[in-house]
Every structure is written in structure tokens, then in C-alpha cells.
Design a binder for this molecule. Sequence first.
Ligand SMILES: [Zn+2]
Length: 142
Amino acid sequence: MIAAFGIRGRCARCDMTFELKPWQLNAIAIDEPFECVYCQSGLQLRGRKQQRQFRALDQWALVRPSMIILTCVTLLVALVAEWVGLLSVIEQLNLSLVTVLIHCLVLRFARHRQRMTLDLQAVSPLPIEQLARVACARLRQR
Ligand SMILES: [Zn+2]
């Protein structure tokens, strides 16, 4: 399941760009075609490079929770180090400040990497059983 937002898709047929909904991202993840919002043609993600980019989104989604844990642990360790006398108050404050700064920078970078526009190729009109599967996927999202 992909927890990323701000991923957009461009339809190859009508050249419209739109924000991908979670069920559309799921369809891409399981390699199922889905309808373009504008021209109703079947769309699918093609190309190895784009597919690799898409798969990497899962890893980028993990950056945020792991960074929160890492930052909290570092701040706690700095605080304890100050209490037991390993660090002075100034050193502790500096370390905390740098940690928070790194935290913000990493999250910014991760968000930047998650924001992408996928070029979606039009596939032949969807066969009826695929339409049914798309409808099921859409229903499951609710
Ligand atoms: Zn279209």
C-alpha cells in the first residue's frame, strides 16, 4: 500500500495531467489498467524506469516514520548526556538544533522525491472483466 500523495499521472491520449487517487495507485501497483478521468481510455504505467521509480515510492514513504524515531532518540540521548554531564547545555542545544535541522531537510528531500508525474500509456479499451475488477478495487477503497 502506498501512502504517498502528490503523485500525478499524465494521460498519453488526451495529454491531461491529474492527481492519482489511492485506488489508481493500487491499480498501477498491481499492474492493472484503469480509466483516464478525462477521455475514459485505459491507462497503464509502461517503461522500466518509471516502474522502478514507482516501486521506490514505498521506500520513500518509510522515511518519515523512521526519521521521527531517529530524531526522538537523538534528542533523548542528547538530553540524557547533558544530565549525566557528558555534554554542556550549549552543546546539548546545538546537537538538538542540528538534529531537528537534518530531520527537516531529509523530510523535504523525501517529499520532493515522492512528488512525480507518471507518463501513463493508453492501452486498448478495457475488456469487461477488467472493468469489473477496477470497479471492485474502487469499491474496496471506500
Ligand atoms: Zn485521457
